[in-house]
Design a protein around this ligand. Structure first.
Ligand code: HEM
Length: 501
């Protein structure tokens, strides 16, 4: 067995640690940013740390992002890094339970459902959900009272999680799921989510009740989707459905095999889990920041008034196309994802030795480093996103960096758009693919396909919220890294009142 302490001179330096198996789990788990920056100072851009017996090789910087996220299929493998966490939750036959070429086809099926026509329909659906939410949610009673002294408070993350799952189920998941959201489906979701935590990632099988609840919920949810599919097939109504089930129902793999109902069910669960915390955390951080920065909140409101005022003084609904063309809104989401990308670590298993290019990391020390087969590699674009060597006032949330034509961000964005690589609005990337310093949605073959859907959801909710409410908070809370994705630490109560005109 390889010594966990000793460094092979041809391999990246190993972070010093006292307890063999645990290694750096505590320092990494408590604050990955602090850990990565400190280790970069000590060891350079490429180093290995021990995480509960696994050897994790980190490659930082734009070239590190590229090494891992642009890695060859023959060298890096996502399935082996993630399947023990995801397959019990999503179910079999999808995502990381299948070879990469099958995942690629499944992503293509999903993209088919994430189309402009559907997005156009979603804006109005999300608006309906928001109207219903603000009219009925007990925490928003002060809004309904409506006076200038009627201030209330809401927990930024909990309330936004609730709103996110309602809007996602109304749109992507379909009317049957939405109808059950106030009932059985919500419980299944809670149990499933209770099995999608860092503990489950570290310890795939523990004899704990939460693991049993996870497995039971997975099966029940999978069966629920199956029954929806069967009913839809029997009904075969002419009604146009804009949801993902409709898009997946008639898909076939390249070899002619139709996408099975079980696979559809499990893809639906995967999408639910992939979109829920990422979107709800991002909207929470956006709200926390605009509650803290009144000037930005005012600018966001002003943009809505300028673009959507009607002659009678009310604000009309945005269309999908209009939503994409709101620079202040765009800069707020973009900047929030720079400072608070929901996923701080993207991992792969090394299945064949990877040579580290001399341009990366510790080149001067040793030109022929290799990352050996059997290690894991970890990309952390979250670090290039706040690297003071790349960004001015790197740790400050300052959306205007995206709209100021003289800023470093605008220069990178310009370079990107001029290379013609911009897809639609290319919200998550500002320069060439896998080497981009800014990639909250990842890059390469595992890049997110939910980006545009997330933007429709975030953009619509933020627009409607700033029209309806005035928000205030004294300080933006720090990150909590003990959750699967980076969430705001408690307390995270935002004060609000009905917007006074
Ligand atoms: C992949 C971020 C929303 C579905 C990813 C990856 C990142 C990411 C960083 C790459 C993972 C890796 O390389 O290991 C985000 C963020 C979101 C978001 C920041 C919202 C703000 C969504 C939504 C959906 C979704 C709404 C579904 C509708 C997926 C899928 C993958 C993915 C299917 C591909 C996984 C793979 O190919 O291995 N996302 N995501 N995401 N995301 Fe998202």
């Amino acid at each position: 067995a390889r010594q966990l302490f000793l460094r092979n001179p041809n391999e990246p330096p190993v972070v010093f640690h006292l307890v063999p198996f645990i290694g750096s789990a505590v320092a990494y788990g408590m604050d990955p940013y602090k850990f990565f920056f400190a280790m970069r100072d000590k060891y350079g851009d490429v180093f290995t740390f021990i995480l509960l017996g696994r050897r994790m090789t980190v490659a930082l910087g734009p070239k590190g992002n590229n090494l891992i996220l642009g890695g060859k299929l023959s060298q890096v493998n996502a399935e082996e890094a993630y399947t023990h966490l995801t397959t019990p939750v999503f179910g079999e036959g999808v995502v990381y339970d299948v070879p990469n070429h099958v995942l690629m086809e499944q992503k293509r099926f999903v993209k088919f459902g994430l189309n402009t026509e559907n997005f156009r329909a979603y804006v109005g659906m999300i608006e309906d959900e928001w109207d219903h939410f603000i009219a009925t949610e007990p925490g928003f009673a002060p809004y309904r009272a409506g006076g200038k002294d009627d201030w209330g408070h809401f927990d930024a993350f909990e309330h936004m999680s609730e709103l996110t799952i309602l809007t996602a189920s109304r749109t992507l998941q379909g009317s049957e799921v939405r109808a059950q959201m106030d009932k059985s489906f919500a419980h299944l979701y809670m149990d499933l989510d209770g099995g999608f935590t860092p503990i489950n990632f570290m310890f795939p099988n523990l004899p704990l009740p939460s693991y049993r609840r996870r497995d039971k919920a997975q099966k029940a949810m999978s069966d629920f989707y199956l029954s929806i599919l069967q009913k839809r097939r029997e009904k075969a109504s002419a009604e146009v459905e804009y949801d993902m089930l409709a898009a997946l129902m008639n898909q076939s793999y390249k070899d002619g095999r139709p996408l099975g109902d079980r696979e559809i069910a499990h893809i639906m669960i995967a999408l639910l889990m992939a979109g829920q915390h990422t979107s709800s955390a991002t909207i929470s951080w956006c709200l926390l920041h605009i509650a803290h920065r009144q000037d930005v909140q005012d600018a966001l409101y002003k943009e809505q008034v300028e673009r959507f005022s009607t002659p009678d003084g009310s604000l009309r609904s945005p269309t999908y196309e209009e939503l994409k063309d709101l620079p202040v809104l765009d800069s707020i989401i973009r900047e929030t994802l720079r400072i608070h990308p929901p996923l701080h670590s993207l991992m792969r298993k090394v299945i064949a030795d990877i040579p580290v290019p001399p341009s990366l990391g510790n080149a001067s020390e040793d030109k022929s480093l290799i990352i050996p087969k059997g290690n894991f590699v970890l990309a952390a674009p979250c670090i290039t996103q706040v690297d003071p060597g790349i960004w001015k006032n790197a740790f400050e949330w300052e959306p205007s960096r995206w709209t100021d034509p003289n800023s470093e961000a605008a220069a990178m964005y310009k370079e990107y758009t001029e290379t013609g690589e911009k897809v639609d609005y290319g919200f998550g990337m500002i320069s060439k693919g896998t080497e981009s310093p800014y990639q909250p949605f990842g890059s390469g073959r595992h890049r997110c396909i939910g980006e545009q859907f997330a933007y429709v959801q975030l953009g619509t909710i933020l627009s409607l919220m700033v029209r309806t409410l005035e928000l205030k908070i004294d300080k933006v809370p720090p990150h909590n890294y003990t959750t699967m994705i980076t969430t705001p630490q408690k307390p995270r109560e935002i004060s609000f009142r009905k917007r006074q005109l």
